[in-house]
Design a protein around this ligand. Structure first.
Ligand code: ZN
Ligand code: ZN
Ligand code: ZN
Ligand code: ZN
Length: 334
């Protein structure tokens, strides 16, 4: 590279010239053995081809290159250079270090980028400003954006197709696992563990609830309530393949033994307060809905402990409680 010798004002010592480009040294580096100096750009390019000094052919490897002496840096620092757009009217005179930045932004540089003053607000090279047509440019820009949007739409449609393929595959895998589970006890066991784990992952995203009046429990929700619970489970991110399982556990006859009748619940009333319950983010026609997960309730006696989870709708008397998040069940539990 080097600084154009013709633009330097005054006499330049010969040792300040780069032997490769013959201009004034820019970012000078020297060989630590022979002390010949070059522009960094020039010598790095040279070394890629030949590992010898271009002046005296002594060995020269990248590790031999060091910054030049302070004396040489001082001599370079005293030089003054003109702007390369002096012919276009620039009168600036500056130290070498300011040259590149000045030239790039010099208002006499015909390629300097300026803002269009005719109203479109686009940034255009100065020399194109006279031929610049705002309407034409904006139309071009609009065209570009339209094609960009249509590309993005295509991409999105493609991604959506992939996603639905993946969903379908996942469903098939789940059917496959379900089929295996029905025949193979080992896989059934692993499958149950996975179900408990993914239910708890979902459960941790729900706030804890405190039930004030267990007596206001609706033990046999009607069909519209049932549908709303399903929608609510789906919306709250409940694992798809477990929605049906939980839906089946909306009625008292599928609850743990100690909950199946009003008499049983009355008998166990003093223990029900020990349940860890979570509030579903849905309100079934004005009534709060609560989930009791097996993973949250390992401390409960067996006749009150749900295997996976049960859903309960209350007439009222449920509050959201703020508390520490419960950790996922550990492997001992699983
Ligand atoms: Zn050079
Ligand atoms: Zn040399
Ligand atoms: Zn200038
Ligand atoms: Zn314009």
């Amino acid at each position: 590279m080097g600084y154009d010798l013709a633009l330097i004002v005054g006499h330049v010592d010969e040792e300040l010239l780069c032997p490769i480009c013959a201009d004034v040294l820019e970012e000078p580096m020297q060989s630590s053995s022979c002390e010949h100096a070059f522009c960094r750009f020039c010598i790095e390019k040279w070394i890629q081809e030949k590992q010898i000094c271009p002046v005296d052919r002594s060995d020269l490897l990248p590790i031999h290159l060091v910054p030049v002496s302070r004396l040489m840096r001082n001599m370079l620092g005293r030089l003054k250079i003109k702007c390369s757009f002096a012919d276009n009217g620039c009168t600036a005179l500056m130290p070498l270090g300011e040259y590149r930045n000045h030239v790039a932004n010099c208002q006499n540089n015909p390629k300097v980028v300026v803002m269009c003053t005719k109203g479109c607000g686009m940034r255009v090279p100065k020399d194109e400003l006279t031929s610049h047509n705002c309407v034409y440019e904006l139309r071009e820009q609009l065209q570009d954006q339209i094609s960009e949007i249509s590309e993005l739409r295509d991409m999105q449609a493609h991604q959506e197709r992939r996603l639905s393929e993946h969903r379908r595959e996942l469903e098939l895998v789940q059917y496959y696992v379900a089929a295996l589970r029905s025949t193979n006890p080992v896989i059934r066991n692993v499958g149950d563990q996975l179900d408990r784990y993914s239910l708890m992952r979902w459960g941790r995203s729900l706030p804890l609830a405190s039930v004030r009046t267990w007596g206001s429990l609706i033990s046999t929700p009607d069909t519209p309530m049932h549908m709303m619970v399903r929608e609510g489970l789906r919306a709250s991110g409940c694992p798809m393949h477990l929605i049906n399982v939980l839906m089946d556990c909306c009625y008292e006859d599928s609850w743990p033994e100690g909950l199946t009748t009003l008499e049983m619940r009355r008998m166990n009333l003093h223990r029900l307060a020990q349940y860890v319950t979570r509030l579903l983010p849905i309100v079934i026609t004005g009534k709060p809905c609560v989930v009791i997960l097996g993973g949250d309730n390992a401390h409960m006696p067996e006749n009150l402990r749900p295997v996976l989870g049960v859903i309960m709708i209350f007439v009222d008397g449920v509050d959201e409680t703020l508390s520490e998040p419960v950790p996922l069940p550990d492997s001992d539990y699983l």
